[in-house]
Design a protein around this ligand. Sequence first.
Ligand SMILES: [Mg+2]
Ligand SMILES: [Zn+2]
Length: 177
Amino acid sequence: MKKAVFIDRDGTITHDIGYVHKIEDFRLLPNAVEALRLLKDFKIFIVTNQSGIGKGFFKLKYFFEYNKKVLTELKKHKIKIQKTYYCPHKPEDNCECRKPKTKFLKDAEKEYGIDLKKSYVIGDKKADVELGRNASCKSILVLTGNGKKTRKEIKPDFIAKGLLEAAKWIVKNDKTQ
Ligand SMILES: [Mg+2]
Ligand SMILES: [Zn+2]
């Protein structure tokens, strides 16, 4: 079985201005490329809540365009994202896919043969940390994006300054397992 790292997008890999969806606002966070390169022994997935779509702030096509930009940019650096799982719903929709619900991780488990117990979730919000917990992965909070606020709300397995420190911890932790 394969190991995976499920990574939040906005505020974790890329700069988040809140409901970010315009190409001109795209910016990778510092060391994001270096971090993702370190995770070469893992399958990497993006898992993102995009309630801005459900709330009517922007159309699905802008989400696709923006996300394509993210993936293309990462590909230039030879980083492959297996799949982007996105939830377009509002919290009130009470859907099955919005983080911290585990539907997407269960899908990946089946579709890609992922061992969730040997996998990790990285993100900057409470829902990311809870997602890791709910799916029996290890959860890492990054202090980029919303992370500093989140730190007061919940205790993850590890707190990292950013994605690079998170990736380093995963590599170290993985060796001792
Ligand atoms: Mg985020
Ligand atoms: Zn959903």
